[in-house]
Write a protein that binds this ligand. Structure first.
Ligand SMILES: NC(=O)c1ccc[n+]([C@@H]2O[C@H](COP(=O)([O-])OP(=O)(O)OC[C@H]3O[C@@H](n4cnc5c(N)ncnc54)[C@H](O)[C@@H]3O)[C@@H](O)[C@H]2O)c1
Length: 331
C-alpha cells in the first residue's frame, strides 16, 4: 500500500512511516519541516511544503496515482502556545486541514486517518472515557482537533471520502529500533520532567496532591509511540471495514486503557533506572486537569489493536533515545 503521511517528519508521523515501511508499504511524506526533522525522512519519499498547498497535494497524487489513503498528522501541537496565539493554531490546524481535505476530495482520495487527541473530551468523573463520552475541548489546540473532526463528519456526508479519527492519549517512548524519537531535548510532558529531574539530580515535583485519584496525583494514559504507530497500520488495513457508506466517519481511542498516576509513573521510572526518585509535592498549576484513561474496547473490536509494549518499555526507549538523539540529529 502507498500512503501519504502529512507531518511524516515529526515525532508520531515518522514513527508511523517506519511502521508502514516495516509492513512493506510505501509512505509518501508531506511535511513543511516546521518542527519535523530531515534526519527522520532520510531515504524516504518526501515532498516539502504545506498541507494547505493544493497544487502540491495535487502533484503528489499525480506523481503517485496508486496512493490509497492519507494519514494526516501535520499540526501545531503545543497547548500553551495555542492559548497565547489561538489564531495561529486555528489557521495551522483548522484552515490548513480544510484546504487539505478539499484537495483530497478533488483528487478522489477515499481514505483519511486523522490524528486527533484525547484532549477533545470533557473530564469524566469515572476517569475512563469511551468514544461516546461528551466532548469539551479546553484549549485552542484541543478545539482545533475537535473542529477538524467535525469538518470531516460533514465532508464524509457530502463527498465520496471516509475518515477515521484516532484520538491519541499520551504517546511516550521512541521507535524501539531508535530510528526516530522526540525531536526536542526537553519534552514538556511529565515523563520529560522526570527525565530532566533525574539528569539534573534534583527532586521531581508532582503538581497537586488533592486530585480525586487513588493517590491524589493526576492520571494519564500513556501509550508507547510504537504501539500508536501500529494502530495506524491496523487502521489503514481495516479501513474499508470500519469506515464504509453506512458509517463514513468513526472516532477510535488509542490509549493503553490503563490510567497511571504521576506518582506511579515516578515509581515505574525509578524501577527502570534502578535508582529511587525523590518526589516533592507542589500545588496544582493553572490549567492542569485530573486527566483520565481511554476505554480502548473500540480499538480492539474495530482495528484488532491492543498495546503490546508496557509503560516500562516506553520509559526505557525514551531513555535510550535520549542517549542517541544528539548523534542522530547532529546536535
Ligand atoms: N504528541 C502528542 O502527545 C500528541 C497527542 C495527541 C495528538 N497528537 C497529534 O499527533 C500529530 C503529530 O504530533 P507530533 O507529536 O508528532 O508533533 P510534531 O510537531 O513532532 O509533528 C508535526 C509534524 O507536522 C509538520 N507540520 C506542521 N504543520 C505543517 C503544515 N502546515 N504542513 C506540513 N507539515 C506540517 C511538522 O514539521 C512536523 O513534522 C498532531 O496532529 C498532534 O496534534 C499528538
Amino acid at each position: 500500500m502507498k500512503v501519504v503521511i502529512t507531518g511524516g517528519a515529526g515525532y508520531i508521523g515518522s514513527t508511523v512511516a517506519s511502521a508502514c515501511l516495516d509492513r512493506g508499504w510505501t509512505p509518501v511524506i508531506l511535511d513543511d519541516f516546521s518542527t519535523g526533522r530531515r534526519e527522520f525522512v532520510r531515504g524516504r519519499l518526501v515532498y516539502e511544503g504545506d498541507v494547505g498547498d493544493r497544487a502540491l497535494v495535487e502533484r503528489v497524487f499525480t506523481e503517485h496515482p496508486d496512493i490509497e489513503g492519507v494519514v494526516h498528522c501535520a499540526a501545531r501541537t503545543v497547548v500553551h502556545e495555542s492559548v497565547s496565539d489561538p489564531l495561529a493554531y486555528y489557521r495551522a490546524n483548522v484552515t490548513r486541514s480544510i484546504e487539505l481535505v478539499d484537495a483530497l476530495v478533488g483528487v478522489g482520495c477515499p481514505r483519511i486517518v486523522f490524528s486527533s487527541s484525547a484532549a477533545v473530551y470533557a473530564a469524566s468523573p469515572s476517569l475512563v472515557v469511551d468514544e461516546r463520552a461528551p466532548l469539551d475541548p479546553r484549549s485552542p489546540y484541543a478545539v482545533s482537533k475537535a473542529m477538524v473532526e467535525r469538518v470531516l463528519q460533514d465532508v464524509v456526508a457530502a463527498h465520496p471520502v471516509r475518515a477515521l479519527a484516532l484520538r491519541y492519549f499520551n504517546p511516550v517512548g521512541a521507535d524501539p529500533q531508535m530510528r526516530t524519537g522526540l525531536q526536542v531535548a526537553h519534552p514538556s510532558h511529565v515523563l520529560g520532567s522526570l527525565l530532566a529531574a533525574h539528569e539534573a539530580g534534583r527532586p521531581f515535583t508532582v503538581h497537586g496532591s488533592d486530585w480525586p485519584t487513588r493517590d491524589g496525583s493526576p492520571v494519564r494514559d500513556y501509550v508507547h509511540v510504537w504501539d500508536l504507530a501500529q494502530a495506524h497500520v491496523l487502521a489503514l488495513a481495516a479501513f474499508d471495514d470500519v469506515c464504509h457508506d453506512a458509517s463514513p466517519f468513526t472516532a477510535v481511542n488509542i490509549g493503553s486503557g490503563t490510567g497511571t498516576t504521576v506518582l506511579e509513573l515516578a515509581d515505574a521510572f525509578a524501577d527502570v533506572v534502578g535508582q529511587p526518585v525523590e518526589v516533592v509535592r507542589g500545588p496544582r498549576r493553572e490549567g492542569d486537569v485530573v486527566g483520565g484513561a481511554a476505554s480502548s474496547d473500540r480499538a480492539r473490536e474495530l482495528l484488532g489493536w491492543k498495546p503490546e509494549l508496557s509503560l516500562r518499555d516506553a520509559i526505557g526507549d525514551a531513555l535510550r533515545w535520549r542517549e542517541v538523539r544528539g548523534e542522530r540529529l547532529g546536535v
